[in-house]
Design a protein around this ligand. Structure first.
Ligand SMILES: [Zn+2]
Length: 112
């Protein structure tokens, strides 16, 4: 960006010079430069906000993925637990039924 030196009026590129090449005056307080840097700061702030939002979104998605994985694990755990519980309950009941049928058969045989 070309600016005009506040001290000597020389025109120079503020992007490639850190001070006026003609008189050596600094342009940190230059009116043109200040206006630009204010805009620049605003834009920088806006971009930082956008980046933060993006990072938050990415973190949120990663966390959601993690939670999905945990939910899946819990679901699998529940199914395994249910199967184990059922087999623990069903096997004794089946044995009981089978046992009582045998007992019934024994009783019937004794009667007949
Ligand atoms: Zn100058």
């Amino acid at each position: 960006m070309r600016i005009t030196c506040d001290y000597c009026g020389a025109s120079f590129d503020a992007d490639t010079n850190s001070s006026c090449p003609k008189c050596g005056g600094s342009f940190g307080n230059d009116v043109e430069m200040k206006g630009m840097s204010d805009n620049y700061k605003e834009e920088q702030f806006y971009q930082e906000q956008m980046q933060l939002k993006e990072q938050q979104q990415q973190r949120f998605e990663a966390r959601q993925k993690e939670l999905d994985g945990q939910v899946k694990k819990v679901k699998i755990g529940c199914v395994v637990f249910a199967v184990l519980l059922l087999s623990v309950i069903i096997i004794p009941i089946a044995m009981l039924i089978a046992g009582s049928q045998e007992a019934a058969a024994v009783v019937l045989n004794n009667i007949i």
